[in-house]
Design a protein around this ligand. Structure first.
Ligand SMILES: [Mn+2]
Length: 233
């Protein structure tokens, strides 16, 4: 079976509960379509769990993208409490942007790691894919964190810059592909913004799965692509 989750945002206990709820096994595959880190309390624990599992495939979110840009400069200057040891780095624009987007728990988690483990985690994030297409029978699922900015149906997926894939705010009223069996599965915008409720939204062959795991009243959602079964923690 093939599962997709997104926007776990540091909610390690919800992530573990979800793996249990879906009975995740070595025979299954799980795509995590971005924003594993930041906001919630235990982002690094989630990454370290994912790293142990060959059948978990991560896709880049805007939070990982901000982290990579910042960590390029600060990775060797992280103190054990998650602050930076070189004050001049506070003025680095990439680090500032990440700080404005709730990086504290991720930095604290990295600070607690030994240098070698920290580098392993950063290298793991570097290898996140930008998007992924999954075919099941005659159904096609395009997995991407946020959507396709400057979309054109003739534009190859590999032509998009990461910024266009991770920061896009896709409108559920807009459809990407005419083909009735082609779906775009994305996270990034909590579905509460569209419906007021923490449940996966299906509209115009868009499947929005960010149910706001780290928000008050929010849930971690998960969808099984084989039969579109939904799970919530
Ligand atoms: Mn996002």
């Amino acid at each position: 079976m093939i599962y997709v989750m997104s926007d776990i945002h540091g909610m390690y206990s919800k992530y573990k509960k979800m793996l249990e709820l879906i009975g995740f096994s070595d025979k299954d595959k799980l795509y995590i379509i971005g924003d594993v880190i930041d906001r919630g309390p235990e982002p690094i624990q989630i990454l370290q769990d994912m790293m142990q599992r060959r059948n978990v495939i991560p896709i880049l979110g805007n939070h990982e993208y901000m982290a990579l840009n910042a960590l390029w400069y600060i990775r060797d200057f992280i103190d054990s409490d998650g602050s930076v040891t070189d004050e001049s780095l506070e003025f680095n624009k990439h680090y500032r942007l990440w700080q404005m987007n709730a990086c504290r728990t991720t930095m604290e988690g990295l600070g607690r790691l030994a240098v070698k483990q920290r580098r392993e985690v950063v290298r793991y994030i570097w290898n996140f894919k930008w998007h992924k297409t999954v075919n099941i029978g005659d159904m096609k699922f395009i997995l991407v964190h946020a959507g396709f900015e400057n979309f054109s149906k003739d534009r190859p997926f590999n032509d998009y810059r990461p910024e266009e894939l991770v920061w896009c705010r896709h409108d559920p009223d807009e459809r990407y592909f005419e083909d009735e069996n082609t779906y775009v599965v994305s996270g990034h915008t909590p579905v509460q913004k569209f419906t007021g409720k923490p449940y996966i939204l299906h509209k115009n062959n868009n499947i929005f799965i960010d149910c706001g795991a780290c928000l008050k009243g929010g849930k971690l959602g998960c969808i099984r692509l084989d039969d579109l079964m939904e799970y919530y923690v």
